[in-house]
Ligand binder design. Structure first.
Ligand SMILES: *[C@@H]1O[C@H](CO)[C@@H](O)[C@H](O)[C@H]1NC(C)=O
Ligand SMILES: *[C@@H]1O[C@H](CO)[C@@H](O)[C@H](O)[C@H]1NC(C)=O
Ligand SMILES: *[C@@H]1O[C@H](CO)[C@@H](O)[C@H](O)[C@H]1NC(C)=O
Ligand SMILES: *[C@@H]1O[C@H](CO)[C@@H](O)[C@H](O)[C@H]1NC(C)=O
Ligand SMILES: *[C@@H]1O[C@H](CO)[C@@H](O)[C@H](O)[C@H]1NC(C)=O
Ligand SMILES: *[C@@H]1O[C@H](CO)[C@@H](O)[C@H](O)[C@H]1NC(C)=O
Ligand SMILES: [Ca+2]
Length: 556
């Protein structure tokens, strides 16, 4: 693995180094301990350390804390895509004017000339010598067709916003735009904020400001008119997604009380997720107009131009890492607490005594690390239950410790087996809640409700299929499998009878028997007449009797 740039590091402080692990005089030990304590107070409130070596009378031990990476400028790591193709200006070269100087259309955009080109990467470059660089679109020549552009930003990493997203527009901010976010790498999207000079007109939404929101509805998606109005392009170029103002609702105007915010993050449903994303997308729906309507005689002054996109955020590491590094081109949490995965979202192999949990900000100021523990290690629960039980009991006469009330359909001393009627999910780890799958044996078709380790039930005669809900050839299903009475091969209905659902032959009136093999009357003209449906049971009986008598007296 190639490490290219650290995104965060623990600030050098007297407590960052390991404490002495050789025996020390008691006084010195105590001094070190006090110093360490002091340092925890100053750094751990920010969750910048995952663990620290602490000296005690029994020697040095690691203490673990909830931790998270520092905020970084995620603009440096974002992948930008602009749609539709051909929206970027300069191919072919074109002239444009500005809203301040609408009749001096002397500016030129030319993709083939580095000095006059405005490619997408100029939205995320570092500007040197105060030289403004920006991405620019084609002009609105095709009016009244709308001038639309999408800017998609992806990181291939779950991130958490830690300050305002700031998009800087040159030559005026769009009069209508939407900021979207995705939390699943672009598979699904949701609006984050609507922006318009007239929210009612553009989105049929009441205009709101973040300041209008109360703690209870701080995660509401709003439409704001604050960043879309024309105030002269020089005055305000920024479109904001306000994170700081939302934080301030809980943390105070200068964010002096972050603990209060973090406490809310734990307790208020959806608050943390509101700031979480993997992708962002801007949908630019109408450019700055510089007035109330579009001047059709000068469409060269309408376009979008963005000089910078600032996305201050931190990697989401589930409070299990204090560093997030660029490795092989992707952001990756440097997981502690024996966790692993891009977001430290799993326990490491062999550390699954309990099921994985995100770290917690609570109790403040150090939080709870929720470390993954070695299966069977004394630091975990004494008896491993793979997260399916949190109670153990000592059974005297067997001299064993066993898990009590295994959940998730598990059973066994360590909740390591599946209950009867369930089987082991081969793609799930032992500590997964979905480790046991119901056998689901067909009640009619199976001998009992248990199945083997691949989910196959034991079938009664004639039944087949993993769940015994199907019949073997030669059998038909009717709340269980029964041998065919008739079929199209061996058990053919005779004398023009037809086989009904393998269950019975439907015979022509003159024949009877399971396979219609028997004429109703073997002799006597009356019987032909008897075949008519008007016959009564009595005459039928008489007829049968006659036939029988005839058969008896026929000489051999
Ligand atoms: C922008 O993205 C939206 C959502 O995927 C899509 O419906 C729209 O067509 C896109 N617009 C452009 C100009 O590509
Ligand atoms: C996204 O990140 C994961 C984990 O680091 C990596 O395996 C995957 O290849 C990355 N995908 C892209 C498109 O870079
Ligand atoms: C949020 O709640 C406050 C008071 O509870 C209310 O005045 C305000 O209109 C709500 N905002 C939105 C966008 O619903
Ligand atoms: C796992 O966590 C324990 C503390 O519970 C720690 O002592 C140990 O060093 C960690 N192991 C790894 C491989 O990170
Ligand atoms: C088996 O486990 C996998 C991994 O946890 C899970 O995605 C899947 O839904 C489980 N299957 C069933 C049938 O529960
Ligand atoms: C479970 O039963 C099915 C059907 O009898 C069989 O094919 C399979 O090999 C069995 N699996 C095991 C692990 O015994
Ligand atoms: Ca720039």
């Amino acid at each position: 693995m190639r490490v290219t740039s650290p995104l965060s590091s623990v600030a050098p402080s007297p407590c960052a180094g390991p404490a002495p692990n050789t025996p020390q005089p008691a006084m010195l030990l105590q001094a070190v301990f006090l110093l360490l304590l002091h340092c925890f107070a100053c750094t751990l409130g920010q969750y910048e350390l995952c663990k620290s070596l602490v000296s005690t009378d029994d020697g040095s031990v690691w203490e673990q804390y909830a931790c998270q990476p520092k905020t970084a400028s995620m603009k440096d790591h974002m992948r930008i895509k602009v749609d539709p193709q051909g929206i970027t200006c300069g191919n072919p070269p074109e002239r444009f004017c500005t809203l301040e100087n609408p009749y001096l259309c002397s500016d030129e955009c030319d993709a083939s000339n580095p000095d006059l080109a405005h490619p997408p990467q100029l939205m995320q470059d570092k500007e040197r010598n105060a030289l403004l660089t920006y991405w620019q679109t084609v002009t609105w020549r095709s009016h009244p067709e709308p001038l639309l552009a999408n800017i998609s930003m992806s990181w291939n990493k779950t991130l958490e916003l830690s300050d305002d997203v700031l998009i800087t527009f040159e030559y005026g901010r769009p009069t209508v735009m939407v900021l979207d976010k995705s939390m699943d790498h672009g598979r699904s999207w949701q609006p984050y904020q609507f922006y318009a000079d007239d929210c009612m007109d553009a989105f049929n939404m009441q205009p709101k400001r973040v300041g209008d929101l109360s703690p209870a509805n701080i995660t509401r998606v709003i439409c704001t008119e604050q960043f879309s109005r024309w105030v002269g392009s020089k005055n305000d170029k920024n479109v904001k997604f306000e994170v700081r103002a939302r934080f301030a609702v809980f943390a105070g105007s200068r964010l002096q009380n972050m603990d209060s915010l973090y406490t809310r993050m734990e307790s208020m449903k959806g608050l943390r997720d509101f700031f979480t994303f993997t992708n962002l997308r801007m949908r630019l729906l109408r450019p700055a107009l510089g007035g109330t309507y579009v001047q059709r005689d000068n469409l060269l002054k309408y376009f979008y131009a963005i000089s910078n996109i600032e996305v201050p955020a931190r990697c989401k590491c589930n409070l299990h890492a204090s560093q997030c590094l660029m490795l092989d081109g992707n952001l990756q949490c440097q997981c502690e607490h024996n966790t692993t995965g891009q977001d430290c979202q799993r326990c490491k192999k062999g550390f699954k005594a309990k099921s994985w949990k995100a770290g917690s900000y609570l109790p403040t100021p150090n939080g709870t690390p929720n470390t993954c523990t070695l299966a069977g290690s004394p630091s975990g629960s004494n008896c491993e239950c793979y997260g399916h039980s949190n109670r153990c009991s000592y059974i005297d006469y067997l001299n064993i410790v066993t898990c009590v009330s295994c959940k998730h359909n598990t059973r066994g001393q360590n909740c390591q087996h599946c209950r009867l009627g369930y089987f082991r999910n081969a793609s799930a780890e032992l500590d997964d809640e979905g480790v046991c799958i119901e056998c689901n044996c067909n009640q009619m078709g199976s001998v009992h409700d248990r199945c083997n380790s691949t989910g196959y039930c034991q079938c009664k005669d004639g039944a087949t299929g993993a769940k015994c809900d199907d019949c073997l050839p030669g059998y038909y299903w009717k709340q269980g499998c029964y041998s065919n009475v008739c079929d199209e091969e061996m058990l053919l209905c005779q004398n023009g009878g037809t086989c009904h659902q393998s269950q019975k032959c439907i015979c022509p009136p003159e024949f009877k028997g399971v396979l219609c093999q028997q004429p109703r009357c073997e002799a006597g003209k009356d019987c032909n007449a008897a075949s008519s449906l008007h016959l009564t049971t009595a005459t039928l009986l008489l007829c049968t009797l006659l036939a029988h008598l005839l058969a008896t007296f026929t000489p051999h």
